[in-house]
Write a protein that binds this ligand. Structure first.
Ligand SMILES: Nc1ncnc2c1ncn2[C@@H]1O[C@H](COP(=O)(O)OP(=O)(O)O)[C@@H](O)[C@H]1O
Ligand SMILES: [Mg+2]
Length: 484
């Protein structure tokens, strides 16, 4: 709870929404005593949103709650919410929460209903009220009621009681708007929950259409219902407080590890001898893209395995050296195991082993030079070699036509040698990326939506995951949360 300056200098006291990640974007929470309309198609998370609002209000902020239910009976509500870790029975016993189960009460008139609510609000000292849903309430009466009158009556109760109130409105599937026509005038805030599909995968969005006295830089936010209602903030690169050496994840007989246990779990590891394509969409920052490529490299390097890298644009031998140092590979490991392919540059450091400048007149000779390097590394380490190719750079250096010609060879050689080849594509090389996608055993995509980084597997097919940066291990790692 906190006090903030609202529009026109009016002081608005805020109450926490109880939703992870939402208070931050609402200048502290809902205006205290406000009436919020919460709309959405069936299954968009309205009940879960309201339950968290009541639960955290009662448990963490000493604001007792009343849940007026027309759509879900008491037992179903308690059971569903306990599966999300919200123990409403305990709150009931402690006198902090009450369910007014009106699912079967259809004979009562509007006046009787309003009296029941007011009485409960007074008896329990309720400060948070949820009507689930206004739509079901309007349909509950034997005698048809005017929704306008009902909404005005509700808003009167809200003003008199001072309760911060969520009024749920069911939006029929296929429609977008709340559509009462009067909601703008009686409500202090309107939030709509939406479902959307990205390449056939479920994405959830929360839209703040109106919030009295609240300045908002952005009004659309991605969220998940995984382990409760959580709103995602735009991707932020974290800072490593205490740098530590990368902790390798052992490979298995059949599969290499990605370097991230979570990612291994999601895509099932990387089969030995396979080709991998990581496709990045637009607006993916450098830090975000590194979360997917660097752990694979660090996991090979820290297990004495060599790698040959043709970096993406924006990276070169020096930057990759710096990254290897951040993950605390030793100077010796770097010079033994790392080979970054560079074009001849006049200012190139010649005295380091990790820069490899291929010699040769044509693409064949260049490729044979790299194949010999791979063989030398494999024999010296006694382990398979990781190949890493930025398709943007490769396309520019070799030309798309020559690149296509050697891609099959690279993939075939990798299969025979039981190594791993990772291709990375960025916007602008879709043609060649499609060519590689057809050959790849593993194909994943990283895209940006509302500033949030989303990850999904095309092969194997996975649902959407939000990727965030986790620095708690002493180096940057991806952290994945499924959109459910
Ligand atoms: N324990 C749970 N964990 C994760 N998601 C859940 C859980 N229970 C229900 N859901 C998801 O929540 C959705 C329903 O949320 P709900 O708040 O009841 O929607 P609404 O009230 O808008 O119809 C379902 O689509 C389901 O996918
Ligand atoms: Mg519901």
């Amino acid at each position: 709870m906190g006090c903030r300056e609202g529009e026109g200098g009016v002081i608005t006291q805020r109450v926490s929404t109880g939703i992870e990640g939402l208070d931050e974007v609402l200048q502290g929470g809902f205006p205290k005593g406000s009436m919020i309309l919460l709309g959405g198609n069936p299954g968009t998370g309205k009940t879960i949103f309201s339950a968290e609002f009541l639960y955290h209000g009662a448990r963490d902020f000493f604001e007792n709650g009343l849940y007026v239910s027309f759509s879900e009976g008491r037992d179903a509500f308690i059971a569903n919410m306990s599966s999300l870790g919200l123990d409403f029975e305990k709150l009931e016993r402690e006198g902090k929460f009450k369910i007014l189960d009106l699912v079967t009460v259809k004979e009562a008139g509007l006046d009787t209903l309003m009296e029941m609510m007011t009485s409960d609000i007074d008896t329990l000292g309720v400060e948070r009220l949820v009507i689930d849903s206004f739509t079901a309430m309007a349909n509950a009466f034997a005698k048809p009621i005017d929704v306008r009158i009902a909404l005005h009556l509700l808003s009167k109760i809200v003003r008199q009681s001072g309760c911060t109130t969520i009024v749920i409105t069911e939006i029929p599937t296929g429609e977008q708007r709340i559509g009462l026509g009067i909601e703008e005038f009686v409500s202090d805030g309107i939030i709509v929950l939406e479902k959307r599909w990205v390449e056939g995968r479920l994405l959830r969005e929360l839209v703040v259409e109106k919030m009295r006295g609240t300045r908002m830089a952005r009004t659309r936010f991605l969220f998940t219902l995984h382990n409760g209602f959580k709103v995602f903030q735009p991707f932020k690169a974290g800072r490593v407080e205490e740098p530590r050496r990368f902790q390798p994840i052992p490979h298995t007989e059949e599969r290499f590890s990605t370097g991230s246990e979570e990612l291994d779990e999601i895509i099932g590891g990387l089969p030995r001898g396979s080709a991998v394509l990581i496709e990045f969409g637009t607006e993916i920052s450098r830090e975000a893209s590194m979360l997917f490529s660097v752990p694979i490299m660090a996991n090979f390097g820290t297990q004495g395995m060599a790698m040959i890298i043709l970096p993406c644009s924006g990276f070169n031998a020096e930057t990759i050296y710096e990254i290897a140092k951040e993950f605390q590979l030793t100077e010796e490991e770097i010079n033994d195991l790392l080979r970054v392919i560079e074009r001849p540059r006049p200012y190139l450091k010649r005295d380091v082993d990790y820069v490899f400048v291929p010699k040769g007149q044509d693409i064949r000779e260049v490729y044979e030079g790299i194949a010999r390097l791979r063989q030398e590394l494999r024999e010296r380490t006694g382990k398979p070699v990781l190949g890493f190719i930025g398709l943007d750079t490769a396309g520019i250096v070799l030309g798309e036509e020559s690149l296509r010609n050697i891609l099959d060879q690279i993939v075939t050689d990798t299969r025979i040698e039981g190594g791993l080849i990772v291709f990375v594509s960025k916007p602008g090389v879709e043609g060649i990326a499609q060519y590689v996608a057809n050959m790849a055993d593993i194909h994943v995509r990283v895209v940006c939506e509302n500033g949030v980084i989303l990850f999904y597997g095309v092969r194997p097919r996975t649902s959407l995951y939000v990727a965030e940066m986790d620095c708690s291990k002493g180096y940057p790692m991806p952290k994945f949360t499924p959109i459910l």
